[in-house]
Design a protein around this ligand. Sequence first.
Ligand code: 5AD
Ligand code: SF4
Length: 470
Amino acid sequence: MSKIEQNITADQDATSANNAKPAEGQKVFIKTFGCQMNVYDSERMSDALAKDGYTPTDTPEDADLVLLNTCHIREKAAEKVYSDLGRLNQMKKKRMDEGGSDLMVAVAGCVAQAEGEEIIKRSPVVNMVIGPATYHQLPDALGRARKGERVVETEFTEDDKFEHLPKAEKKQIRSRGVTAFLTVQEGCDKFCTFCVVPYTRGAEISRPVSQLLSEAQDLVDAGVREITLLGQNVNAWHGKGDDGREWGLGELLHRLSDMEGIERLRYTTSHPRDMDAALINAHRDLDKLMPYLHLPVQAGSDKILKAMNRRHTRDEYIKLIARIREGRPDLAISGDFIVGFPGETEDDFEDTLDLIRQVKYAQAYSFKYSPRPGTPGADFKDHVPEDVKADRLKRLQALLSEQQLEFAETCVGKDMDILLEKPGRKPGQLIGRSPWLQSVIIDAKDAKIGDTLRVRITKAAPYSLMADVI
Ligand code: 5AD
Ligand code: SF4
């Protein structure tokens, strides 16, 4: 679309001269950085933009609007955004020189929230900066940006953005597959001293039960078979249940488990302090709740846990896992680790390795500590040199990889149900997911995506399992 045509479209928006949607025929490319919450948010923004007339595209070259949904959790994440913006600037210039269509650029997510106005100053290509709390204002903000305003929307408002964000169409849900994310909780009140989330995502809010049940029903009606409940601190979710009682995540999982059509439930990310008895018992009582728990500990030394403001000891964490495993012995644990937090000595680090040996992780994510401006940790003394951090990360990852492979190998010869999610690389192959989140490759003639199949695992590779249909 030429620039002139685009301006006409924008004017139609302003005057409502006809019923055409403001961006009819335009294409949007969304790039998502960071966590699953951002994946969910990108889907909801895509739904909102679809109502505005935008259709999704897989390439920025093809797009009229590029939306970067950003992550601020570690340093490199923000750097990647700025380098993407540099590339988009070049692309826009080239397009204009060649007489092509205009390009609008929007920055959303946690970098948008944290940097706000600064992004507009640093990157001339950016038309709009929108923080996670204001996504329901996206169409309105875009309308203003189309008229030439450089928009910054980063206020935390009282509005329930989820109430205002449009629902996804059935065909959009279908196009996203048989597994789906559902954000139930946002923000965090824990204030771990390394973490920006309480500042970028704000205070904890829980979405109301009625909203969640209705969204879950829409997902199931469109063919979704597995739902992962999301929250920065998902097990802090609470709300008034449809039985009039106050519920926690355990009760919500019970209710969702009764919903016909849902076959599998998961939730992430949890804080050890918020694993209450109802949630622990849900692991024992609900077959649909998968035996896999992402329960970050970050470090294994009490001194570092205290400095991180995690508000639990290593022993409490180890005992908690033992308690959940009592009710669900096949529970696999996944974790997050930070090495080189300020003040971490070799002995503290050895404590982390020791904790890992005791817990035995099926899967884990590990990072070098990255000081985030505005967080207490950034001002702590005794920062650990980069080469020491790098060395510790290498040793930690070697141990975690060993455990991951060990876990995969224990699956060989086992029978399990897998949910088929997508086609495999070779003809006739399908890829499913084990209860423990592993990719399982099978040769299946009669099966189709969305089916749950009983299989026997024949081989373990580093990132996937091979299986025969039983
Ligand atoms: N430096 C390194 N890792 C971090 N994480 C959060 N903040 C930081 C930081 N400043 C890690 C934690 C968290 C995961 C999402 O990212 O391990 O659980
Ligand atoms: Fe960050 Fe800690 Fe909150 Fe997790 S619990 S989001 S690490 S502050």
